[in-house]
Design a protein around this ligand. Structure first.
Ligand code: SAH
Length: 213
């Protein structure tokens, strides 16, 4: 588990790339500059860790592209101390970004292999989410709801109602919606009964799986 000057140098360059692509949040850029992304990937992919691309991890899943992680985190629009729910823990990289922002994080993963691996790995880097849950993200996590923000890191064929229901008034659900390609969609809860919807362009994610296990 080494983080060398070479890795740190590559990370600085990645941050510059993300700035050029339009990421402006200082907190997000600082987090990406700090987190050793190469350690979240299998060792054979170390050379690719600091290019702005998604890569395969275990169980046929991917670690999201850094730009996507940065953009989704910006759109979540949260502040230190807020409690957030992540759907799709995967490698734990996005989880680490949320923790670097000083958030209280609950994260759900439905692939047992990844869940177990990431649960062991994150504390080794000093990252301690409030809860890592092995389960189905479609139902959210009622026990810790309502949340100040919910971020879905897999492509959802539709918007799961429980996720909207688990937002505080004023909070946002950031969710890529669609089958082949997804539209990054942000729902803001404006009252107990009302939601605003905004769209932020096309992205590509692995699918948010239904009815598995
Ligand atoms: N945030 C991750 C992205 C991983 S890819 C990262 O930074 O690495 C999306 C993840 O969502 C995969 O790990 C996949 O197993 C998980 N997933 C898919 N369907 C899910 C569901 N219904 N509930 C919870 N997690 C799910």
């Amino acid at each position: 588990m080494k983080d060398t000057f070479t890795h740190q140098g590559l990370r600085k360059k990645l941050v510059e790339v993300l700035k050029k692509k339009g990421i402006v949040s200082k907190a997000v850029l600082t987090a990406i500059n700090k987190i050793p992304r190469h350690l979240f990937m299998d060792s054979s992919f170390i050379d690719h860790a600091y290019v702005d691309k998604a890569f395969p991890i275990a169980a046929d899943q991917t670690i999201s592209q850094p730009y996507t992680v940065a953009r989704q985190t910006e759109l979540l629009d949260v502040k230190t101390g807020d409690i957030v729910l992540e759907i799709g823990t995967g490698s734990g990289y996005q989880t680490a970004v949320l923790l670097e922002l000083g958030l209280t994080v609950c994260s759900i993963e439905r692939q047992n292999e990844l869940f177990k691996k990431t649960k062991l790995f994150l504390p080794k880097l000093g990252y301690r989410p409030k809860k890592l849950i092995f389960g189905d993200g479609y139902i959210g996590h009622k026990a810790e709801a309502p949340f100040d923000g919910i971020i879905v890191t897999a492509g959802a064929p539709f918007v799961p109602k429980p996720l909207l229901a688990q937002l505080k008034v004023g909070a946002k659900l950031v969710i890529p919606v669609g089958d082949e390609a997804q539209i990054m969609t942000v729902f803001t809860r404006t009252s107990e009964t009302d939601f605003d919807k905004e769209e932020f362009g096309e992205f590509r994610f692995v699918p948010l799986l239904e009815n598995k296990n």
